[in-house]
Design a protein around this ligand. Structure first.
Ligand SMILES: Nc1nc2c(ncn2[C@@H]2O[C@H](COP(=O)(O)OP(=O)(O)OP(=O)(O)O)[C@@H](O)[C@H]2O)c(=O)[nH]1
Length: 815
């Protein structure tokens, strides 16, 4: 009997063994598909063999089976339905378990012997495909075995039945012999698989398979399989590579993918040692025949290969003795010796510490007790250094408070001895025996002798500035809105402040002032063009006369930016310094307006030099103080000044909460014949409305009317806007803070409490004034007002139109 397995694509059968009946055989085979499938259900062995055949048929190939001796007709399957189909099948032989070697031997020698003898290449190709299909059969068998043990038992049982059913059939043709061998091989492989040693069997089975059957593995380098085999056989597999690499490592699928056999995914052991090329070749064929998806790290070969000798040299610890001795060389930057801790004591090389380098000690080298000598020298040097650093520096501007200054402190600031100051006082006819503290006027007199400028430094102003910052409450923080800036114009008298404001307001205030001197704070809301857009801002005009220092201080407290006007033909004058001191004390930015540049004798450069000498460095010279040269009379550069001021204001990020009760500061107050008590408020937060109940100092009342600076009556005013208020019980004090309260009772209660507090302060102040001290006497003498202790006091009642006028005359409030 002969079995011919060939490539019968389509209806062409090329088999030398069945030449005469090739067509009929093909027909039979095509008819036998169903029968073969049925045969699968007969018994296990038959199933295995038929499945292989069936698989080949499904692949579009026809298997010609011919037998001259024994033929099983389709009607013998037992169901009797396939009587018309002529199935040529040899019953499966009784399975005989063979050893692996026997199975393989039979497969190689017997199973393929006939086809080899034919020498037909088509037969070989067909044979290879059959081998692949057999592998598929093995895989399916293994699946069945492992998934359902119960089915395995039944299958075994069926095998026995099948064997019993066909005991008389003789297996003479080679096809059946091949089927038997395949079935035996399947069992052998299955048993081997169970043992876990899949490598050896798989390797041997695939060894003979041509490479054409597995195209997708062709491209893989042979070294990969070698590595795989070695890792399989001897080295345990490493954990699988991260899944990210897998898509890159998989081989590209071919146009007609070969049947894939599910095998354990084998990853290349990247870290494994390179394999010998001999193993690679054998292993490659095995892998290809299996059709296993082999994951290869394509980048493994690109990894730098380190020469073991070099690696050993790098990793080896440095040999001691070849490098420099520890501590031999020093780190130049740190001056610390490498490898050894820093030593304080010196050796013969004399390592001198930095702090001792300035001291020269003769004969230090080689001395036995050098450490002590150096220590004493360093102490001496440190003392000298400290003395140099502690040396007083003569001040050019001295801030003096209302309480004056002690002789010791004044002597320190003027870098002279106390005796020199006392001598000066004696020379002036003042005998300050036992006097420890000089009042403000005496300090001014002494400083004038030594050409030191004295400015007021009232700590109360700082406290009030702190109060100013407390204008905003926590509740306002999330309701803040932009508010117009409040700009205060300050400077020495007649330097052109009012003229400047007149030009900005297009008004003639300066011409109407009594004596040409400003006597109060004028508050004006002005619309200033900024980038072609009018923006509101508020100007406060303060008096420049010496008598109105309180006015300037008050203006500085409520302002956001101080504009200091300095006449270019006059330079810095006392009230210029005072205004600068107020602005600094208030912590507001300063903009310098160098005015009257149109006048003959104007020297703006000199003014800038003077300003820089007192700490106001012009921006043009690299400083941070903006200085604009203007002519208020002719209107030169006024726009530049306004632009600069608004830019500074923008940086201030001025905010307020208009949606709350108003609070602010009284900047001016008086008694009008027709209106009664009037006060000018500047709103610093919230909105003041007509009908609000306000309290400011000892005064309180309900707001009956509100007037803007132009005299226009309004119902309410917002933040930063100055407004004249009518309806107060009496005239408040300029500088008092005001706020809106809920009711008149609350306002009255607060006002009475405030009045009691002021009364106590007044009594204590009068008691202090009644004491005649040596200091006050000396001050009076130095002022040239009095001589001797026989003082005559004259009470005077002044009638003034504005409260500030009384301030200017008396310097203090005559309560
Ligand atoms: N040539 C010239 N004269 C000016 C200029 N600015 C002001 N003046 C004159 O200087 C004089 C004083 O000007 P005011 O504006 O009153 O000076 P002030 O600083 O306001 O004076 P007080 O308010 O009293 O401190 C006036 O006669 C002005 O005409 C200017 O730019 N050029």
């Amino acid at each position: 009997s002969l079995v011919s397995i060939g490539s019968l694509s389509g209806s062409t059968a090329t088999s030398s063994c069945v030449e005469s009946s090739s067509y009929s055989v093909v027909k039979r085979v095509s008819l036998s598909k169903k029968s073969l499938r049925r045969a699968k259900s007969w018994h296990c062995v038959c199933k295995y063999s038929v499945t292989a055949t069936d698989f080949i048929a499904e692949q579009g190939n026809a298997v010609s089976l011919d037998s001259s001796s024994s033929t099983i007709r389709g009607g013998s399957n037992g169901d009797g339905n396939d009587g018309d189909s002529e199935v040529v099948l040899k019953p499966s032989p009784k399975p005989v378990l063979k050893s692996k070697d026997e199975t393989l031997l039979s497969m190689n020698s017997v199973g393929w012997g006939s086809s080899r003898g034919s020498g037909d290449s088509d037969e070989e190709e067909e044979r290879n495909k059959v081998i692949d299909s057999l592998d598929e059969v093995l895989e399916k068998a293994a699946k069945l075995e492992t998934s359902k043990q119960s089915q395995v038992g039944s299958i075994r049982k069926e095998n026995g039945n099948v064997n019993k059913m066909t005991p008389s059939n003789s297996y003479t043709d080679s096809r059946n012999a091949n089927s038997t061998a395949t079935a035996g091989k399947a069992k052998n492989l299955r048993s081997v698989w169970r043992k876990g040693d899949t490598v050896s069997s798989v390797q041997r089975v695939v060894k003979e398979v041509p490479k054409a059957s597995n195209k997708f593995i062709k491209d893989e380098p042979k070294t990969v399989e070698g590595a795989k085999l070695e890792s399989q056989s001897s080295v345990p597999l490493k954990p699988p590579q991260p899944p990210i690499r897998q898509p890159k490592l998989q081989a590209r699928p071919s146009a007609t993918p070969p049947p894939m056999i599910k095998k354990p995914v084998i990853l290349k052991d990247v870290g494994a040692a390179p394999k010998s090329p001999i193993k690679d070749e054998t292993g490659s064929g095995a892998a290809q025949s299996k059709g296993q998806p082999i994951l290869i790290d394509k980048f493994a070969r690109k990894k730098p290969v380190v020469d073991p000798l070099i690696a050993q040299a790098v990793l080896a610890p440095t040999k001691p003795g070849k490098g420099p001795a520890p501590g031999k060389y020093k780190d130049r930057k740190k001056g610390v010796s490498l490898g050894t801790p820093r030593r304080r004591m010196v050796d013969n090389d004399v390592e001198i510490p930095d702090e001792e380098l300035n001291v020269s000690i003769p004969g230090a080298k080689g001395m036995l007790r050098k450490g002590r000598k150096w220590t004493k020298a360093s102490r001496k040097a440190a003392k000298l250094q400290a003395a140099r650093e502690a040396a007083p520096v003569k001040v050019e501007i001295l801030e003096v408070g209302e309480k004056g200054m002690s002789i010791e402190e004044l002597a320190y600031n003027l870098t002279m001895g106390e005796g020199e100051i006392l001598g000066l006082l004696f020379s002036k006819g003042i005998k300050p025996d036992g006097v420890q503290t000089l009042d403000k006027e005496m300090v001014k007199m002494v400083c004038k002798e030594y050409e030191v400028e004295v400015i007021d430094a009232d700590p109360v102003k700082f406290e009030e500035m702190a109060k100013k910052n407390e204008i905003l409450d926590e509740d306002d923080l999330d309701k803040l809105q932009d508010r117009p800036p409040v700009l205060t114009i300050m400077g020495h008298v007649d330097h052109g402040k009012t003229t400047l404001l007149d030009h900005i307001r297009k008004s003639k205030v300066a011409a109407s002032e009594a004596g040409g001197i400003t006597q109060g704070i004028g508050a004006y809301k002005v619309m200033v063009p900024v980038d072609g857009k009018l923006q509101p801002c508020v100007f406060l005009d303060t008096p420049g006369h010496e008598a109105f220092g309180a006015m300037r201080a008050r203006g500085a407290r409520v302002t956001d930016i101080a504009i200091i006007v300095v006449a270019a033909d006059d330079g810095i004058r006392p009230q210029t310094n005072e205004a600068i001191a107020h602005a600094k004390a208030a912590g507001v930015p300063i903009v310098i307006a160098i005015n009257k540049i149109d006048k003959d004798g104007a020297n703006p450069e000199r003014v800038m030099q003077e300003l820089s000498s007192i700490g106001l460095m012009p921006e043009d010279w690299g400083g941070d103080v903006p200085m604009v040269q203007i002519s208020a009379l002719k209107g030169e550069n006024i726009d530049d000044l306004l632009e600069t001021v608004m830019l500074v204001a923008e940086l201030q990020e001025l905010k307020a909460n208009p949606d709350r009760n108003a609070k602010g500061t009284v900047i001016e107050a008086g008694l009008d014949k027709s209106k009664g008590p009037v006060a000018t408020f500047i709103i610093q937060n919230g909105t003041l409305k007509r009908g609000d109940v306000v309290v400011c100092g000892e005064a309180f009342g309900k707001v009956r009317a509100l007037f803007e600076d132009g005299g226009k009556r309004v119902d309410q005013v917002g933040p930063s806007i100055p407004v004249q208020v009518i309806g107060l019980s009496n005239v408040p004090i300029a500088g008092d803070e005001f706020e809106v309260v809920a009711s008149l009772d609350i306002a009255r209660e607060r006002a009475e409490a405030r009045a009691e507090l002021l009364w106590d302060e007044r009594i204590s102040a009068k008691a202090g004034d009644g004491k005649v001290t040596l200091s006050s006497l000396a001050s009076a003498v130095s002022a040239g007002k009095l001589s001797g202790l026989d003082l005559h006091q004259l009470n005077i009642i002044m009638k003034v139109d504005l409260q500030v006028c009384a301030f200017a005359i008396c310097f203090t409030i005559p309560r």
